[in-house]
Design a protein around this ligand. Structure first.
Ligand code: ADE
Length: 329
């Protein structure tokens, strides 16, 4: 039996075991079951605190959302999406923060998440300037693996960026922040993936995606036509590979508007010395037409065409999560 994903009444699984005991399963949790510590994250509709379970001593990251803020800013849908997506991903063994339970009081909603002890990938990129090629390759491979699992469940993240990619105590990556995720619905599942994803009439044409922080990783189709496609996350993968190797994201400008313009015009350059295989892969990911991006036509759960790209040569896909990741220095 596996641990169950979050419900409003399920308590965190015990630290030592993935199987919650019966008493844990039926215990309703509240903020009183945790000692709240330092602030570890801040978004436009939530705040994340390090917290300790008073019963087990285990550390969690608890995302706290003020109800009045959610209602005032019409963010109820964000909360639901995040909970649904994290519940769907609960049994994927690697690559994602885990949602152990949710509860609420009069003023707030609480999400009890696994604590990614080593924080944001962005801090590491900024600290060392840029990653050595083997480091960039390893984290790109972990990210691609996680995207495969997520996309197999028809979840598109839509806001992948180095701030939303966290590192756990073993320096393995976990994707966080599913507030703007899209879970493709059953209608979209019924016909071929390509048509579904590309048929904008099925989607919310008028939807506006609001960005928290920078929009530097947003794909042209999200900016332009609000098309929902897994290939938007592949675009972000291209931006992140570029950034891990060069130190900066490909599309940079002083204002959001200018960044959008650069994205839509594909106005970016590679710095001198950018490795040829990495450049070739990034060029195949940063393609304006999402249906022509590398991986967009791959069938099944694996992005074979991306895995087989020379940039990933030497990656042992079956041992990715058992290995100690190469040291970031
Ligand atoms: N910041 C936001 N979510 C987090 C998490 N799950 N672990 C660590 N830091 C975070």
């Amino acid at each position: 039996m596996q641990a169950s994903p979050a419900t409003t009444v399920t308590a965190p699984a015990p630290a030592s075991s993935p199987v919650p005991s019966q008493s844990h399963k039926t215990t309703k949790r509240s903020a009183k079951d945790y000692i709240f510590g330092k602030l570890i994250g801040d978004g436009c509709y939530s705040t994340v605190f390090l917290a300790k379970d008073i019963h087990t001593g285990k550390e969690y990251a608890i995302k706290v959302c003020e109800k009045h803020h959610i209602i005032r800013k019409k963010k109820r849908e964000y909360i639901k999406r995040e909970k649904d997506a994290l519940n769907m991903l609960f049994n994927v063994p690697h690559g994602f923060v885990k949602l152990y339970c949710t509860f609420q009081d009069e003023e707030r909603l609480y999400f009890v998440l696994s604590y990614a002890k080593n924080g944001e990938l962005l801090s590491y990129i900024n600290k060392v300037g840029s990653f050595e090629l083997n480091v960039a390759k390893h984290y790109a491979a972990e990210l691609l693996w996680a995207l495969e699992k997520m996309h197999a469940q028809r979840i598109i993240h839509r806001d992948l960026k180095p701030e939303n990619i966290l590192l756990d105590e073993n320096m393995h990556l976990c994707i966080a922040d599913f507030g703007t995720a899209k879970i493709l619905n059953s209608k979209e599942i019924s016909s071929s993936p390509k048509n579904n994803e590309n048929d904008n009439s099925q989607n919310e044409r008028s939807r506006k995606i609001s960005f928290v922080g920078t929009p530097q990783y947003v794909s042209p189709e999200l900016l332009h036509d609000c098309v929902d496609t897994r290939a938007s996350d592949l675009w972000a993968l291209g931006c992140i590979i570029y950034q891990m190797i060069s130190g900066l994201p490909p599309f940079r400008a002083a204002t959001e508007f200018l960044i959008f313009q650069k994205i839509l015009k594909m106005d970016y350059e590679f710095p001198e010395g950018f490795p040829a295989d990495a450049k070739d892969l990034v060029e195949k990911l940063l393609v304006l037409d999402h249906s022509k991006r590398i991986g967009a036509d791959d069938k099944g759960e694996t992005y074979h065409s991306i895995r087989n790209h020379p940039f990933f040569e030497g990656v042992d896909w079956d041992k990715l999560w058992e290995q100690t990741p190469p040291k970031i220095s």
